[in-house]
Design a protein around this ligand. Structure first.
Ligand code: SF4
Length: 408
């Protein structure tokens, strides 16, 4: 399975961890639930907006329509709750914004506080930990990815609300890439006290399509179900999304927030300047000829390597970089639904992008339910614990240890 991984740098031990996560695992848990009354697990599926758009394209639906029908499909299989990772992404965006402003303010004292490099892409994180170790890690944002934010929400807040132990919940994330399986199996996201992971299993958009095929179901024929609103960004029966890139819109949100907070500038629209190729873009905030903020997005390993080289030579002009391992980002992830025979991959990607962008954006600050959770849940657990629930850490890995296979 290693060929599926964008980062191409997993060890054999890691590949075992990852192959253990599959749609068959989910089906096994659902079968066990039906077979025995004692071993019941509450099954929660969190669907990413990128996967929703990918499946919508395949079945000629809108993203929201695909989301409603996926909810029905999963519930028909015995899943108890279907959530939406745009909701947990709001936490990731809010935390990234705050983290950036805080890092910007201490840039004089701490030479590694900037540029802040995003952390939502596990392909990039794996590469950074294994090849550039201690040099690069301090630059990487400690904010959890939307998947792992949802892990905190489901095994923390939700478990408590439902009077369940985290172990009684089986939490599945539907994601556009295989590397997310690797992320879910990191020891940082294992709850030692309750011996369970925050995300038990990650399945890709392509695996969901396989499940549909195996059940002989076309998503277009599934009767839509009402959405679970507890952890979903919805307005009526439509999903809400975020502005900016199809990889989460980190650059967009951190830029507009920082412009306002640090310089009192209201940015209505961002102007992206394409550098070497469309996977390397820049956005700057200038006033009276002075560059106040310099942001970039860097997708694909060639561009990432370029960025790292610039950093090593002390030549990076950036304050913030949205880093993604896949060329064209998450909508083009290796776990997305593959093109049909004869379908042009570029056209497919364009359609998926259109479907993704058609969801109405909601500003993270305007999400009242997220604000409520900050108040009621995160406030009550104390600052220290809240930090653990919303942030993570990275570990330099020694290169080439005892026979582990490394491709980089
Ligand atoms: S860019 Fe997105 S889809 Fe690709 S490896 Fe990173 S997180 Fe996964």
């Amino acid at each position: 399975p290693a060929v599926f991984f964008m980062n191409g740098c997993i060890t054999s031990a890691e590949s075992v961890l990852i192959t253990q996560q599959s749609h068959e695992e989910l089906l096994k848990v659902l079968r066990n639930n039906k077979a025995s009354a004692t071993e019941q697990k509450v099954v929660v599926v969190s669907v990413s907006p990128q996967s929703r758009a990918s499946l919508a394209e395949r079945f000629d639906l809108s993203s929201s329509e695909a989301g409603r029908r996926l909810t029905a499909f999963f519930k028909g299989l015995g899943v108890h709750h279907v959530f939406d990772t745009s909701f947990s992404r709001t936490f990731s965006l809010l935390e990234s914004q705050r983290e950036f402003v805080e890092r910007f303010q201490r840039k004089e004292q701490d030479s590694k506080s900037l540029p802040m490099l995003t952390s939502a892409c596990p392909g990039w994180i794996c590469y950074a930990e294994k090849t550039h170790g201690d040099f690069i890690l301090p630059y990487i944002s400690t904010t959890r990815s939307p998947q792992q934010m949802m892990g905190s929400l489901v095994k923390g807040y939700f478990a408590e609300q439902q009077g369940l132990s985290p172990q009684q919940i089986y939490h599945v994330a539907v994601m556009p890439c295989f590397d997310k399986k690797l992320e879910a199996s990191r020891s940082d996201f294992y709850l030692n006290a309750s011996e369970t992971r925050e995300v038990d299993c990650v399945i890709t958009s392509g695996e969901v399509q396989k499940m549909l095929e195996e059940k002989n179901v076309s998503l277009s024929d599934v009767e839509p179900a009402p959405l679970d609103t507890m952890f979903s960004s919805v307005s009526g029966d439509e999903f809400l999304s975020h502005c900016g890139s199809g990889s989460g819109g980190y650059l967009h949100h951190v830029f507009t927030y920082a412009a306002k907070q640090l310089f009192g500038e209201e940015v209505e629209e961002l102007t992206y300047k394409t550098l070497r190729n469309k996977d390397f873009q820049e956005v700057t905030l200038e006033k009276d000829g002075v560059v106040l903020l310099s942001f970039a997005s860097t997708y694909g390993f060639r561009n990432i390597q370029n960025l790292v080289q610039k950093l090593k030579r002390g030549k990076s002009p950036y304050h913030f970089v949205e880093v993604m391992a896949c060329p064209a980002g998450c909508l083009n992830g290796g776990g997305q639904v593959r093109p049909l025979p004869g379908q042009n991959p570029k056209e497919l990607l364009q359609k998926v992008e259109e479907l993704y962008k058609a969801e109405r954006p909601l500003s993270p600050e305007d999400d009242t339910r997220v604000a409520e959770l900050y108040q009621s849940w995160l406030h009550s657990v104390g600052e220290e614990r809240a930090k653990e629930l919303l942030h993570t850490r990275y570990h330099a890995v020694e290169k080439m240890t005892n026979g582990l296979t490394m491709k980089w």
